[in-house]
Ligand binder design. Structure first.
Ligand SMILES: CC(C)(COP(=O)(O)OP(=O)(O)OC[C@H]1O[C@@H](n2cnc3c(N)ncnc32)[C@H](O)[C@@H]1OP(=O)(O)O)[C@@H](O)C(=O)NCCC(=O)NCCS
Length: 174
Protein backbone atom coordinates (compact mmCIF):
# COMPACT_ATOMS: atom_id res chain seq x y z
CA UNK A 1 0.00 0.00 0.00
CA UNK A 2 1.17 3.51 -0.81
CA UNK A 3 0.42 6.28 1.69
CA UNK A 4 0.63 9.93 0.70
CA UNK A 5 0.06 13.09 2.75
CA UNK A 6 -0.26 16.27 0.72
CA UNK A 7 -1.42 19.86 1.03
CA UNK A 8 -4.39 20.75 -1.16
CA UNK A 9 -4.64 24.19 -2.72
CA UNK A 10 -7.96 25.46 -4.08
CA UNK A 11 -7.58 23.47 -7.30
CA UNK A 12 -6.72 20.35 -5.30
CA UNK A 13 -9.74 20.90 -3.06
CA UNK A 14 -12.01 21.25 -6.09
CA UNK A 15 -10.59 18.08 -7.66
CA UNK A 16 -11.02 16.12 -4.43
CA UNK A 17 -14.27 17.65 -3.15
CA UNK A 18 -16.21 14.39 -3.71
CA UNK A 19 -13.72 12.36 -1.69
CA UNK A 20 -13.54 14.98 1.08
CA UNK A 21 -17.34 15.10 1.26
CA UNK A 22 -17.45 11.30 1.45
CA UNK A 23 -15.01 11.25 4.37
CA UNK A 24 -16.90 13.88 6.37
CA UNK A 25 -20.31 12.41 5.57
CA UNK A 26 -19.25 8.86 6.47
CA UNK A 27 -17.59 10.03 9.69
CA UNK A 28 -20.65 12.00 10.85
CA UNK A 29 -22.97 9.13 9.90
CA UNK A 30 -20.75 6.89 12.04
CA UNK A 31 -21.21 9.29 14.98
CA UNK A 32 -18.16 11.59 14.77
CA UNK A 33 -18.49 14.68 16.95
CA UNK A 34 -17.02 17.26 14.60
CA UNK A 35 -19.49 20.13 14.67
CA UNK A 36 -22.47 18.67 12.81
CA UNK A 37 -25.74 17.05 13.83
CA UNK A 38 -28.03 14.62 12.04
CA UNK A 39 -29.61 14.77 9.53
CA UNK A 40 -26.38 15.49 7.65
CA UNK A 41 -26.36 14.83 3.93
CA UNK A 42 -23.48 14.29 1.54
CA UNK A 43 -24.37 17.67 0.02
CA UNK A 44 -24.05 19.27 3.47
CA UNK A 45 -20.59 17.72 3.71
CA UNK A 46 -19.59 18.96 0.27
CA UNK A 47 -20.88 22.46 1.06
CA UNK A 48 -18.64 22.60 4.14
CA UNK A 49 -15.51 21.99 2.04
CA UNK A 50 -16.51 24.08 -0.99
CA UNK A 51 -17.68 26.98 1.21
CA UNK A 52 -15.91 27.74 4.47
CA UNK A 53 -12.85 25.58 3.89
CA UNK A 54 -12.33 26.72 0.30
CA UNK A 55 -12.59 30.37 1.36
CA UNK A 56 -10.02 29.82 4.10
CA UNK A 57 -7.58 28.04 1.79
CA UNK A 58 -8.01 30.74 -0.87
CA UNK A 59 -7.38 33.45 1.73
CA UNK A 60 -4.31 31.74 3.18
CA UNK A 61 -5.94 31.35 6.60
CA UNK A 62 -6.26 27.56 6.42
CA UNK A 63 -3.99 24.78 5.25
CA UNK A 64 -5.88 21.70 4.09
CA UNK A 65 -4.19 18.30 4.17
CA UNK A 66 -5.29 15.09 2.48
CA UNK A 67 -4.17 11.54 3.17
CA UNK A 68 -4.36 8.98 0.37
CA UNK A 69 -4.01 5.22 0.29
CA UNK A 70 -3.20 3.84 -3.14
CA UNK A 71 -4.44 7.05 -4.74
CA UNK A 72 -7.77 7.30 -2.87
CA UNK A 73 -8.19 10.28 -0.54
CA UNK A 74 -9.40 8.81 2.77
CA UNK A 75 -8.28 11.30 5.42
CA UNK A 76 -7.99 15.01 6.05
CA UNK A 77 -7.14 17.70 8.61
CA UNK A 78 -6.87 21.49 8.63
CA UNK A 79 -4.46 23.94 10.22
CA UNK A 80 -6.75 26.88 11.00
CA UNK A 81 -4.98 30.24 11.40
CA UNK A 82 -8.09 32.40 11.22
CA UNK A 83 -7.48 33.85 14.67
CA UNK A 84 -7.43 37.31 16.27
CA UNK A 85 -4.41 39.60 15.86
CA UNK A 86 -3.13 38.79 19.36
CA UNK A 87 -2.93 35.05 18.54
CA UNK A 88 -0.86 34.98 15.38
CA UNK A 89 1.68 32.73 17.13
CA UNK A 90 -0.75 29.81 17.22
CA UNK A 91 -3.26 27.80 15.21
CA UNK A 92 -6.20 25.49 15.80
CA UNK A 93 -6.41 21.92 14.56
CA UNK A 94 -9.69 21.40 12.75
CA UNK A 95 -11.62 18.41 11.36
CA UNK A 96 -9.16 15.55 11.69
CA UNK A 97 -11.10 12.85 9.84
CA UNK A 98 -10.27 9.40 8.54
CA UNK A 99 -12.84 7.45 6.55
CA UNK A 100 -14.25 4.57 8.63
CA UNK A 101 -12.90 2.13 5.97
CA UNK A 102 -9.34 3.35 6.44
CA UNK A 103 -8.84 3.65 10.19
CA UNK A 104 -6.06 2.22 12.37
CA UNK A 105 -3.44 2.37 9.63
CA UNK A 106 -1.67 5.38 11.14
CA UNK A 107 -3.20 7.95 8.78
CA UNK A 108 -4.40 10.34 11.49
CA UNK A 109 -0.97 10.26 13.10
CA UNK A 110 0.68 10.99 9.73
CA UNK A 111 -1.75 13.86 9.09
CA UNK A 112 -1.03 15.40 12.49
CA UNK A 113 2.73 15.15 11.98
CA UNK A 114 2.40 16.90 8.61
CA UNK A 115 0.21 19.59 10.21
CA UNK A 116 2.76 20.20 12.97
CA UNK A 117 5.62 20.36 10.45
CA UNK A 118 3.65 22.99 8.54
CA UNK A 119 2.96 24.96 11.73
CA UNK A 120 6.66 24.92 12.66
CA UNK A 121 7.65 25.99 9.14
CA UNK A 122 5.32 28.96 9.54
CA UNK A 123 6.95 29.90 12.84
CA UNK A 124 3.93 28.98 14.94
CA UNK A 125 4.62 28.08 18.56
CA UNK A 126 1.37 26.54 19.76
CA UNK A 127 -1.41 24.34 18.40
CA UNK A 128 -4.75 23.94 20.16
CA UNK A 129 -7.63 21.53 19.65
CA UNK A 130 -10.66 20.13 21.34
CA UNK A 131 -12.15 16.69 21.12
CA UNK A 132 -15.16 15.03 22.66
CA UNK A 133 -14.13 13.75 26.05
CA UNK A 134 -13.47 10.01 25.85
CA UNK A 135 -13.32 9.77 22.03
CA UNK A 136 -10.71 7.72 20.14
CA UNK A 137 -8.88 10.90 19.23
CA UNK A 138 -7.85 11.60 22.83
CA UNK A 139 -5.24 8.80 23.06
CA UNK A 140 -4.09 9.70 19.56
CA UNK A 141 -3.35 13.28 20.62
CA UNK A 142 -1.82 12.24 23.95
CA UNK A 143 0.48 9.89 22.05
CA UNK A 144 1.62 12.82 19.92
CA UNK A 145 2.55 14.86 23.00
CA UNK A 146 -0.59 16.96 23.45
CA UNK A 147 -1.31 18.06 27.01
CA UNK A 148 -4.82 18.32 28.43
CA UNK A 149 -5.83 21.83 29.48
CA UNK A 150 -9.17 20.73 30.90
CA UNK A 151 -12.67 19.58 30.18
CA UNK A 152 -15.86 21.54 29.63
CA UNK A 153 -19.13 19.73 30.40
CA UNK A 154 -22.20 20.19 28.18
CA UNK A 155 -20.04 21.68 25.44
CA UNK A 156 -21.78 20.39 22.30
CA UNK A 157 -24.88 18.56 21.17
CA UNK A 158 -24.22 14.95 20.10
CA UNK A 159 -24.90 14.33 16.38
CA UNK A 160 -27.85 12.16 17.38
CA UNK A 161 -29.30 15.27 19.05
CA UNK A 162 -30.22 13.45 22.23
CA UNK A 163 -27.60 14.67 24.71
CA UNK A 164 -24.83 17.15 25.40
CA UNK A 165 -21.21 15.96 25.32
CA UNK A 166 -18.21 17.24 27.24
CA UNK A 167 -15.11 18.37 25.36
CA UNK A 168 -11.44 18.13 26.26
CA UNK A 169 -9.17 21.02 25.29
CA UNK A 170 -5.62 19.99 24.43
CA UNK A 171 -2.50 21.86 23.32
CA UNK A 172 1.06 21.30 22.18
CA UNK A 173 3.95 23.75 22.28
CA UNK A 174 6.00 23.32 19.13
C1 LIG B 1 -9.86 9.75 15.48
C2 LIG B 1 -9.50 9.31 14.07
C3 LIG B 1 -9.11 10.55 13.24
C4 LIG B 1 -8.28 8.35 14.12
O1 LIG B 1 -7.88 8.04 12.80
P1 LIG B 1 -6.95 6.77 12.49
O2 LIG B 1 -6.30 6.99 11.17
O3 LIG B 1 -7.72 5.53 12.67
O4 LIG B 1 -5.86 6.87 13.66
P2 LIG B 1 -4.39 6.21 13.63
O5 LIG B 1 -4.45 4.91 12.91
O6 LIG B 1 -3.40 7.23 13.16
O7 LIG B 1 -4.20 5.93 15.18
C5 LIG B 1 -3.08 6.42 15.89
C6 LIG B 1 -3.25 6.09 17.36
O8 LIG B 1 -4.39 6.76 17.89
C7 LIG B 1 -5.06 5.90 18.85
N1 LIG B 1 -6.37 5.51 18.32
C8 LIG B 1 -6.86 5.72 17.07
N2 LIG B 1 -8.12 5.22 16.96
C9 LIG B 1 -8.40 4.67 18.16
C10 LIG B 1 -9.54 4.01 18.68
N3 LIG B 1 -10.65 3.79 17.94
N4 LIG B 1 -9.51 3.59 19.96
C11 LIG B 1 -8.43 3.79 20.73
N5 LIG B 1 -7.29 4.42 20.30
C12 LIG B 1 -7.29 4.86 19.03
C13 LIG B 1 -4.16 4.69 19.00
O9 LIG B 1 -3.21 5.00 20.00
C14 LIG B 1 -3.50 4.62 17.62
O10 LIG B 1 -2.28 3.94 17.63
P3 LIG B 1 -2.27 2.33 17.37
O11 LIG B 1 -3.15 2.04 16.19
O12 LIG B 1 -0.82 2.05 17.12
O13 LIG B 1 -2.82 1.74 18.63
C15 LIG B 1 -10.67 8.55 13.38
O14 LIG B 1 -11.11 7.52 14.25
C16 LIG B 1 -11.83 9.45 13.02
O15 LIG B 1 -11.88 10.02 11.93
N6 LIG B 1 -12.81 9.59 13.95
C17 LIG B 1 -13.98 10.41 13.72
C18 LIG B 1 -13.63 11.88 13.64
C19 LIG B 1 -12.99 12.39 14.91
O16 LIG B 1 -13.41 12.08 16.01
N7 LIG B 1 -11.94 13.20 14.70
C20 LIG B 1 -11.25 13.87 15.78
C21 LIG B 1 -11.91 15.17 16.04
S1 LIG B 1 -11.06 16.05 17.32
Amino acid sequence: MTFLIEKLDVAGLDTNSDALADILHAAVQAGARVGFIWPFSREDARAFFTGKVRDGVAGGRRVLFAASVDGRVVGTVQLDMDLPPNQTHRADVSKLLVHPDARRQGLARKLMIALEDEARARGLALVVLDTRTGDAAEPLYSGLGYETAGQIPHFALAPEGDRMDATTYMFKRL
